[in-house]
Design a protein around this ligand. Structure first.
Ligand code: SF4
Length: 451
């Protein structure tokens, strides 16, 4: 663990996944690997990874083949908004029990598909294989194939036993299921784009689409925020894929490039710098000069509108210290840039699924002394947040109680939040939230009480 103050609470096997930026080489830093056994990773399971990617398809049905507990992972966990159907907010389960584990659950799965097909006339059903199904060996693919023939609808297996890796494997399984749905048939090309990896949390997909609309770029398919099955079929006609959540969707973008000839660019709509860069990059990638000029103009106007706001809040926030622990590398990078812009120092930063390239950029952006860690666990986050005296933690639902127990402010930048943090409007929401949370008098009160 290079340059990091060692602690007895940290596991030796985790040393290569953590380093402190102090100018030393980081060649041996490890990421994008299996979690260390017993380390209490914050990563979700394979099934959860698959579910969060597919759930925002608003007119799809989801049958969770497994014990009822797995089905509790549903819309509530990723509150994507819809402009159409509400069906995706339901969750169906085969509710496997002891008898099914002994005698097999295929009959129950067939019955569940029959019931959903007869009651709701769905266009597509995703069937998730969970841990226990991986153990007992039900032939989920065969059941789905028979159901497709019987009902004349798409019944797509998602091979996602929770233990088969971590949530990145689930992302991959979900991408395979999307490819199954959209097919690789050649379609007449248009100059539209597909948006990959935005899940329309708090309506963020609509914000991005509005910017694209203002610069004259149309969207073919949204994968998967506020998507419909019919719209997903349009994906093959796009000239370009833009990838917002790189962790979950780069695999799909690569498959679409190889099998359908659609190139892709990675984007991020978090923060002024990255939103601006992304809009310009999309116009450039399409070779659309008019869109490029409009994007330059739009970003200039929006940036100017934000200046007074930023100046006002900079006074309150300058000199504060932030810890970041999020899913993907691109989000962490955007957050560091946002903090830099407002004068906040990022002292701890980690991701669940970041890649080597992401960590190289992170390392360039942060100041010496910052602790960088991959696939962290609560004990490590606690140790380094205390050691570096972080004033706020930006993370997800699993990190929230940790921050509050330590008396540290928290900002939810994950699936459950109810206000948009993307685009120029998101900059305002984000800064207001971190200001409210960090400068709340409650933290002084807690510190005084604990003395
Ligand atoms: S780890 Fe296994 S049992 Fe738990 S939610 Fe995931 S698939 Fe279900």
């Amino acid at each position: 663990m290079k340059g990091v103050n060692q602690s007895t609470t940290l596991l030796k096997e985790r040393e290569d996944f953590i380093y402190c930026k102090d100018g030393c080489q980081t060649d041996t830093f490890r990421c994008d690997a299996e979690s260390v056994s017993g380390a209490v990773s914050q990563r979700a399971c394979v099934y959860c990874g698959a579910r969060v990617v597919l759930n925002p398809i608003t007119d799809a049905f989801h049958i969770v083949h497994g014990p009822i507990g797995c089905a509790s992972y549903t819309w509530d966990i990723r509150g994507s908004l819809t402009s159409g159907e509400e069906l995706y907010r339901n969750s169906f389960s085969t509710d496997l029990g002891e008898q099914d584990v002994i005698f097999g659950g295929e009959k129950k799965l067939t019955a569940a598909i029959d019931e959903v097909a007869s009651l709701y006339a769905p266009k597509v059903i995703f069937v998730y294989a969970t841990c226990i199904v991986g153990v007992i060996g039900d032939d989920v693919k065969a059941v789905c194939k028979m159901a497709e023939q019987k009902h004349g609808i798409r019944v797509i297996p998602v091979m996602s036993p929770g233990f088969a890796g971590h949530k990145s494997v689930g992302y991959k399984m979900a991408c395979n299921a999307i490819m199954e749905l959209i097919g690789t048939e050649k379609r007449e090309k248009t100059n539209r784009i597909n948006i990959l990896g935005d899940f329309n949390l708090a309506g963020e997909m609509w914000i991005i689409k509005d910017y694209l609309n203002q610069i004259g770029i149309d969207v073919a398919a949204q994968i998967t925020g506020d998507a419909s099955c019919e719209q997903l079929m349009e994906a093959g006609s796009a000239a370009l894929n833009i990838v917002q959540c790189a962790g979950s969707m780069t695999y799909l973008a690569k498959r679409m490039e190889e099998e359908m000839g659609i190139p892709y660019v990675k984007v991020s709509f978090f923060g002024i710098e990255d939103t601006t860069h992304s809009l310009l990059r999309i116009a450039q990638a399409l070779g659309n000069e008019e869109a490029l000029k409009k994007a330059e103009m739009l970003c200039e106007i929006e940036k100017n509108k934000l200046q007074d706001f930023l100046n006002k809040y900079r006074k309150n926030l300058k000199g504060k210290k932030a810890a970041i622990y999020v899913g993907g590398g691109f989000k962490a990078i955007s957050l560091i840039k946002q903090f830099n812009e407002i004068g906040i120092d990022t002292v701890v930063v980690g991701t669940q699924t970041g890649k080597k390239d992401d960590y190289e950029i992170i390392s360039q952006l942060v100041n010496p002394g910052t602790v960088v860690l991959d696939d962290a666990n609560p004990a490590e986050l606690e140790t380094f947040m205390k050691q570096k005296e972080a004033d706020i933690l930006v993370g997800g639902v699993k990190e929230r109680p940790l921050a509050y127990k330590l008396g540290i402010a928290f900002c939810d930048h994950n699936h459950e939040r109810k206000h948009p943090l993307a685009g120029f409007i998101g900059v305002k929401n984000f800064i207001k939230e971190i200001n409210l949370s960090m400068n709340s008098p409650v933290w002084d009160y807690i510190r005084r009480e604990s003395l």
